[in-house]
Design a protein. Structure first.
Length: 90
């Protein structure tokens, strides 16, 4: 009986592998997950690995990093000149 209680109290699988993040760590991971990687950058492969790891860490915490990308895109579109937006509609 005690073993069953202990098994329920201890996280299993992915839950055990995902320690909670501090606010600072979360912000750093969000920045890393959503920062653009310039094509042809000498460190492109390494940057993409870090980006993938940051995204996985955020998802393990149940944090949707895609929301940051959507918010950034909305900000860019809000500042875009109307002529540019008209070309997108063509």
């Amino acid at each position: 009986m005690a073993e069953a209680d202990r098994a329920r109290a201890e996280p299993a699988g992915d839950e055990a592998a995902a320690p909670s993040l501090s606010a600072s760590d979360e912000l750093s991971l969000r920045a890393m997950a959503t920062s653009p990687v310039p094509p042809g950058h000498p460190e492109e492969r390494i940057l993409r690995r870090f980006q993938t790891a940051a995204r996985a860490a955020l998802l393990a915490q149940g944090i949707n990093w895609r929301e940051d990308v959507d918010a950034a895109a909305a900000q860019v579109l809000a500042r875009a000149p109307q002529a540019f937006l008209d070309k997108l509609d063509e």
